[in-house]
Design a protein around this ligand. Structure first.
Ligand code: PA5
Length: 445
């Protein structure tokens, strides 16, 4: 098993009776998921995806990735939310946050269309100048403003540089299989397209073409990623929380939430885990934060953030719990050198591997935070490999669905995301929004 859930740092906060009492809620959630009769059951494609993914498209993804590697030194991934976070999380976790700066035989990868920023757009345009570029536009709806604007800019740039014909060979589109303007536009323009399956929502889509094409371009083994997820699917089948760690994690979160622990902090101990934290925050925040309910998902990277948020976690408002991911084997060691002058007094660490120092810092912090009243859930991940990460992704997706059902929400919709969009369109003067625009302007001025 690639994951081991450690409960001992939350034992003093969760009693055996509380586990016993929540089991019926977990079983009910399990039944909603398995019988596909819970809220949002049209969006359960991710459950079986690791086994029944489209093998023909998977092969096409690999061919496209090779073509992109051969023909470009810069690859721009255009998408927002679930249409970008997964790919970026996996690439940074398995390669590096410094992927673009480190020596490699794959293209630099930049992410665009995930914000509204003239500065970022200008920077991306600058990065593409004098370099060979391919782009992958990812949007399930095909109408999201941020990626649509970036696509306009980048398409124009590519057509200017390579001509319409040349640009066609460099634009890859991942969108709905039939619906939406992006799909019809792409078919008319002759771009190669990949599918966001109808029954997979954005934040659950990293193991579809949405994540897999950029991940493959980075040179990551997507077969191993899928195998890890498939093995996790086989592991987490029982509804008994004593036999299913994904369900146990979901149960622990809900027990703690019911006791007033309304913020969960996902803790990583490696800078390469930062974007995984961001992916996790979207997965849990968008799935559970609704109907005036839900745990607020936050994240930190230690030991970095022990020097910023550490004080609050140790000693601030006691509404927190932490979920710590410990990567047991980084496949990399680095020994601390000896200093004959011992100016920093650290010679007692000479020859010690930084992995050991990190692990010790983690153990010290776990104990300190538990003593400070913060329950800790520890997830040990076997290693930093595509297989283990695929396993972890499935673990979190499954736990999220079960946790949402225990909470009593639809984990697969995101009605709240539309509110700002309506207001923005009205204020920007989009036709059809005149009445709302008038009302909003009255409130602003
Ligand atoms: O999880 C989700 O559904 C959202 O985060 C979407 O992925 C995000 O809003 C982007 O939507 P789209 O892929 O339609 O452009």
């Amino acid at each position: 098993m690639a994951i081991h859930l450690v409960e001992k740092y939350s034992e003093s906060f969760i009693s055996a009776d509380e586990y016993k009492n929540i089991q019926s809620d977990v079983s009910a959630a399990h039944s909603l998921l398995c019988n596909r009769n819970g809220a949002g059951s049209d969006f359960l494609g991710w459950v079986t995806l690791p086994e029944d993914y489209d093998k023909e498209e998977f092969a096409r993804i690999k061919v496209a990735a090779e073509k992109i590697k051969k023909t470009s030194s810069v690859f721009i991934v255009v998408g927002i939310g679930g249409s970008y976070l997964g790919a970026r999380a996996v690439i940074e976790f398995l390669k590096s946050p410094l992927y673009n700066s480190l020596p490699k035989d794959t293209p630099d990868i930049y992410f665009a269309g995930n914000c509204i920023s003239a500065v970022s757009m200008a920077e991306i345009a600058q990065l593409c100048r004098d370099r060979d570029v391919c782009i992958n536009v990812i949007s399930k709806s095909g109408t999201t403003t941020e990626p649509a604007v970036a696509f306009r800019v980048l398409r124009g740039m590519l057509e200017e540089k390579y001509g319409v014909e040349g640009a066609r060979e460099r634009i890859f589109v991942t969108t709905d299989k039939a619906k939406g303007t992006l799909k019809s536009f792409s078919d008319d323009a002759g771009y190669e397209t990949f599918v966001v399956p109808d029954d997979v929502g954005g934040r659950f889509s990293v193991l579809t073409a949405v994540g897999l094409l950029p991940i493959a371009v980075a040179g990551i083994d997507i077969d191993a990623l899928m195998k890890g997820a498939a093995d996790a699917k086989l592991t987490y089948i029982s509804d008994d929380i004593e036999k299913n760690d994904a369900y146990k994690y979901a149960a622990m979160r809900n027990i703690l939430y019911r006791k007033g622990k309304t913020t969960e902090i996902l803790v990583g101990y490696e800078p390469y885990a930062m974007m995984l934290n961001e992916w996790w925050k979207q997965l849990y925040g968008e799935s559970e934060g609704k109907d005036q309910k839900g745990i607020f998902p936050a994240s930190v990277i230690f030991s970095t953030d022990l020097h910023s948020l550490g004080q609050y976690i140790q000693d601030g408002t006691r509404n927190l719990f932490e979920t710590v991911i410990s990567v047991e084997d980084n496949h990399e060691t680095f020994d601390i050198p000896n200093d004959p002058a011992n100016i920093d007094g650290l010679n007692f660490l000479s020859g010690t591997d930084l992995n050991l120092v990190k692990k010790t810092a983690m153990q010290a912090t776990l104990l300190a935070h538990v003593d400070g009243g913060v329950p800790n859930i520890l997830i040990e991940l076997a290693d930093r490999s595509a297989y283990s990460l695929g396993y972890l992704i499935y673990f979190f997706e499954l736990a999220c669905a079960i946790s949402g059902y225990i909470l009593g929400v639809n984990p697969f919709n995101q009605p709240g995301v539309e509110e700002y969009k309506k207001n923005m369109f009205a204020l920007l003067g989009k036709p059809g929004y005149e009445k709302l625009a008038e009302e909003l302007k009255g409130r602003i001025n």
